[in-house]
Ligand binder design. Sequence first.
Ligand code: MV4
Length: 444
Amino acid sequence: MFHKILIANRGEIALRIIRACKELGVLTVAVHSTADSESLHVKLADQSVCIGPPPSADSYLNMKAIISAAEVADADAIHPGYGFLSENAEFAEICEQCGLTFIGPSAESIRLMGDKIQARQTVTAAGVPILPGTKENVATVEDATRIAAEIGYPIIVKATAGGGGRGMKVVHSPVALPNLFAAARTEAKAGFGNPDVYIEKFCEQPRHVEIQVMADKHGNVIHLGERDCSIQRRHQKLIEEAPCPVLTPKLRKQMGDCAVAATKACGYSSVGTMEFLLDKNLNFYFMEMNTRVQVEHPVTEMVTGVDIIKEQIRIAAGEKLRFKQSDIKISGHAIECRINAEDPEKFTPFPGKIDGYHTPGGLGVRVDSFVYDQYTVLPHYDSMIAKLIVHAETRKEAITRMGRALDEYIIEGIKTTIPFHQKIMSNTDFIEGNVDTGFLERQA
Ligand code: MV4
């Protein structure tokens, strides 16, 4: 096991990683921007290093400053959390070159899955279903027009170097194609430094269902079941749950087997997530792989009892998985609400000082957060300030418990998305599990 881990992140995930390290008996180094010196991750770590001014580009994305901090503090590994440098293959490589273990997959796996065309090819070879689409980049409007006609409208143009929904264009008819195709390439170039795009059949009103996987460095791979993340707004997930309300045990096994096969096919080790679209007829299609730990990992922890972060650290340290697939049992139902410092109607950021704070508690309630009374939510970073997670025997009870916990949660001085979540918990369609990725757009 490692002696000391540097956590190259902030906020709730930095705290989550510190907690895992403490339970593993590993020392922790926090890094922070000048704006974050009063943050809890700094206070709770064994030591801390200031790595730059408030903008992320100068601090949490500053590879040189982070590597230097690790060397000065004599850390032997770096945990990148999510966001920031977590899916940066170059950073993973630099860590290893400096003798620091990157707590995540290899640079090669990050690169392979970061290229969406290669990812599609790799999982297809493993027998995983994908939507009809191009095996190569589409360079010209002429090619795009011909291919779209072959696939049949609607189609979607996606950035090969993209992911997470940015720079995608849905096209419903040939007349709309030239403009949208050009826009997709421009946005891909601007967003990812690479104009390459490819085309897929567009799947209408799918559910977003993802499978958590875990792979050690000895070839053992298991999955921890699925999460339904269909409640999203502009590609930002707001509510996640496990299990997915419409999956049958048979379908869960099929998707799980596919996720494991795909993970093996890319030579992956660490924890990761295979994202799928699930259509109205319960057909599933691989979308992309997230080669990091995700925000919503706690819902899987609550229904499996597995500490995903501790496992991830053990895997990076070279340990074998402590579970076989048959050890994994899904128990009860978990829901996570992301509490953002935002206007609950318009979803515009609302940073500022918290003046009055009380967290919910009781059976089956978990709060993963880094804020406290009189803490000032900073304008420089993501607006998520807490994840409220509940666990109960059934989905119905979990929804009731979430409503109860949201009622108990007091955050004064700033606006938060708590009122939004309260509305969803009493929405009939949500209560019936009748949701897809278009759910929120239809609410307005
Ligand atoms: C799709 C799709 C429909 N058909 N691909 C969004 C995030 C990115 N990972 C890919 N995304 C989508 N890809 C095909 N061929 C619909 C989406 C999509 C979506 C997916 C999951 C959750 C919310 C979404 C919202 C809009 C579009």
